[in-house]
Every structure is written in C-alpha cells, then in structure tokens.
Design a protein around this ligand. Structure first.
Ligand code: B12
Ligand code: SF4
Ligand code: SF4
Length: 343
C-alpha cells in the first residue's frame, strides 16, 4: 500500500471517521481571512488577529511541510433535542469531554506510526488551537465542502465532526476537493437568529451565539440578547437545519459526558471549586463559571418565567457589573411579559 493510503488507514484505526490529504500550498480562499479580520468579524477574539501569516500559508508555522493529513472525528448522535425553555441548551460538541487532549493524543499516535514506518518522516500536529485555517485544509483534503453555514460538510456524514491535522515533511499523493452541494438551499442563513451568516459563506462571529456564549468575556450586547433564547453554551441551529445532517449517523468518538441541556439554576448556584470538579474536563471550562452564570441569567430572562425572579434579584446586587446588569435586564424582560410559573 502506498504511504498516503496507509496513513489514512492508520488515521481511521485511531478513530477518525474519515481522513484525507491536502497539498501544503497557500490556497486562494485564505485571502478571505484578512478581510474577515479587517472588518472586525472576530469581535473580541483578539488572538484571531495574530499570526495571520500562518493562516495564509501553513509553511510559516511548519517550514518543512509538504503535505497535510486532515482527520474528521465524528460527534454525531441522533438523540432528540428538548425545546424546554426552562433548560439551558448546550451544543452537541460541548456535551462531550474536551476533545483537545484526546484528539492530540490520537494524532501523536499517528505521527509516531509514520516516523517508525518512513525513515526521516516528521510532522507537527494541530487540533483547533493552532493559527491555521483547518477548514481550508479539510476542503483541499477532500473531506467535504465549505457550506453556507461555513462548516465543512461531508456528503456521507454531514458536519458534526471535529477536525484534527498532521502537517508532514513528505510529499504524498493528495486528495481533490469535492463539489459544493449547497445548491440553492439557504436554510442555515434563514434560520440563524442573529443574522450572522451571509451567502458568501462568511460568518460574522461578532453576531454569533457560539461566540457570545463561549468566547466573549464582556456583557452581551442588548440587541442580541432576546435572540439567544436558551442557548447557554454554543449553538447548533445552522447545523440542525442543514439537510446534510440527516445523514449524520451516531458514531461519536467519545460517549457523552453531560446532558445536552442543563437546568438554568445549575451555574448561578455553584462555587468555583465544585465547577472545576464537575466541569473542569469538559468544554464548559472555556467560558468559565462566570461566562456560564452570565449566559444562564440571560436565558432566565428569555424564559420569562417568574420563578427565576428571586435568583435574578440576588444577582442584580452582585458586585460584578456584568452579572448585575445582565440580571437587571432579565428581571425587566420577565416583568414585560411574564409567563405563568411552572409546576
Ligand atoms: C474562531 C472559531 C470559531 C468562531 C468563528 C467561527 C467561524 N465560522 O469563523 C466561533 C466562536 C463563532 C466558532 C463557532 C463554532 N465552531 Co469553531 N472554530 C474557530 C477556529 C478556532 C478558527 C476558525 C476561523 O479561522 N475562522 C475565520 C474564518 C474566516 O475562517 P473559516 O471559517 O475557517 O473559513 C476559511 C475556510 O472556510 C476557507 N474556505 C474554504 N473553502 C472556501 C470557499 C469559500 C467560497 C470561502 C469564502 C471560503 C472557503 O476560507 C476561509 C478563510 O479565508 C476553528 C479551528 C481552526 N483553527 O480553524 C474552529 C472550528 C471551525 N470550529 C468548529 C466547531 C465545531 C464550531 C461550532 C459548531 C461549535 C458550536 N456548536 O457552538 C460553531 C459553529 C459555528 C459556525 N457555523 O461556524 C470546528 C468545525 C468543524 C467542521 N466540521 O467544520 C473547528 C474546525 C474546530 C475543530 N478543530 O474541529 N468557532
Ligand atoms: S452557530 Fe447559531 S448564531 Fe452562529 S451562525 Fe450558526 S445559527 Fe447563527
Ligand atoms: S443548510 Fe443548506 S445552505 Fe446551509 S450549509 Fe446546509 S445545505 Fe448549505
């Protein structure tokens, strides 16, 4: 078996649902990245504006690179998602253990295998946090096309998968990009509650619920608050409506660690130590306890349920200005149009 096929087969053995190989070139679509930054679409994610050279060309990050192995690790499941507004919704990926350490370990395994098999072979792994355009390499590795929701979508597996990569110093036979299958569909653009998506396949992160609930540390701008509904961690709307996710079979790389919805009073009633113990190894550690408290207070306002008044009144007097202001906003929202208390 030639080395590129053997490498992809080894990736599947390490748990990848599928894998492909891209040539290590600077691709023309990378130019869209600078525009995205220049127009401020990264919001308060200042780290995104750094290392633009490696996002344009992977060789600025790993000079010896000749080929890029990109792996898709599935987190698809077919469980129905509850619509109960009294529960905080958690995106599918975040109901699993943190994928970063586990996928890095698996990619290291693949790299060790390659080094043992090919004298002089070497490489560098990337899983989400490196300053690279992972979706661009996924596309050129033939894993899928970049949909109007900006996700890499596979015709056989939809978009509920993580990407993990290995840049290698070997020239290998590479895969070809596959055709765009969005056609005239625009369901994701129409369904996005905050109008974050455009037909040009650009996501304005500074309008995205995933950005507000996970990455943004400050107050959530008032105009977006009613649109966030009961999402307290991430957002899956533009994937849930995508017809290609009908084909997403249940083949998750890890078993779920959390339910996909949590009571809205879970985080406001928690101290830092219990948070670390219960959620420290999950993606919920990214927004930290404070971010999740802010998000839960917001969702309490959107639920319009009077049952949350006492807890919101308590937080309205909190010394943290972000939490107290959010609680006051939510109290006002409940007063505007309260719902009957739940049993
Ligand atoms: C910053 C970031 C975010 C930001 C911004 C997202 C965004 N769309 O830009 C926020 C916090 C909003 C976010 C949200 C989510 N994220 Co995120 N995120 C990233 C991160 C770290 C960088 C992405 C980035 O550079 N964005 C800037 C834009 C401009 O770049 P881009 O979307 O990658 O677009 C490039 C390519 O698509 C390429 N391209 C290729 N072909 C084509 C064709 C055309 C026509 C065009 C215009 C461009 C293009 O060109 C673009 C760059 O110029 C990546 C990991 C990584 N290092 O790449 C994960 C990553 C993209 N996220 C991921 C996930 C799972 C999510 C969420 C689903 C989590 C959730 N449920 O809440 C949501 C999905 C929201 C969405 N619809 O994209 C996965 C996506 C896997 C997949 N199947 O595509 C990644 C790859 C992480 C991983 N390793 O698995 N994320
Ligand atoms: S993740 Fe949610 S808010 Fe962000 S683009 Fe998709 S639907 Fe819109
Ligand atoms: S919902 Fe439609 S337009 Fe959006 S990514 Fe899926 S197929 Fe493409």
């Amino acid at each position: 078996m030639d080395i590129s096929r053997a490498l992809k087969a080894r990736a599947e053995q390490a748990g990848a649902a599928f894998a492909g190989i891209a040539p290590a070139e600077p691709f023309p679509e990378a130019a869209a990245y600078k525009k995205w930054i220049d127009s401020g679409m990264h919001g308060s994610m200042d780290y995104m504006a750094r290392n633009q050279d490696s996002r344009e060309d992977i060789a600025a990050w790993y000079p010896e690179v000749k080929s890029v192995l990109v792996c898709a690790f599935s987190y698809a499941d077919n469980a129905p998602r509850p619509a109960d507004p009294g529960q905080g919704r958690v995106a599918r990926y975040a109901a699993l253990p943190d994928y970063h350490p586990e996928l890095k370990r698996r990619m290291e395994e693949i790299l060790s295998w390659l080094k043992a098999r090919v004298p002089g072979a070497d490489g560098r792994i990337f899983v989400d946090t490196s300053p690279l355009l992972e979706r661009l390499y996924a596309r050129y590795a033939g894993l899928g096309w970049v949909g109007k929701n900006t996700m890499v979508i596979s015709p056989k597996a939809g978009s509920y998968f993580f990407l993990a990569g290995l840049a290698v110093n070997l020239t290998m036979e590479h895969d070809e990009p596959i055709a765009d299958h969005c056609g005239s569909c625009a369901r994701c653009i129409e369904a996005c509650p905050t109008d974050a998506l455009s037909a040009e396949r650009v996501l304005d992160a500074s309008r995205c619920i995933a950005y507000f609930t996970i990455e943004h540390k400050g107050a959530i701008p008032s105009e977006f608050r009613p649109k966030i509904g009961n999402w307290i961690m991430g957002c899956d709307i533009c994937q849930e409506v995508c017809p290609w996710n009908r084909f997403a079979g249940p083949s998750p790389v890890f078993p779920p660690a959390l339910p996909e919805s949590l009571p809205l009073n879970e985080f406001p009633g928690m101290d830092k130590d219990s948070f670390r113990q219960k959620y420290g190894e999950t993606p919920l550690s990214r927004p930290k306890l404070k971010g999740l408290v802010r998000n839960s207070l917001l969702a309490m306002g959107n639920s319009r349920e009077a049952v949350y008044r006492p807890i919101l009144e308590e937080f309205a007097a909190n010394p943290d200005p972000i939490l107290s202001e959010q609680a006051a906003w939510s109290l006002a929202r409940i007063s505007e149009s309260p719902l009957e208390a739940r049993a």
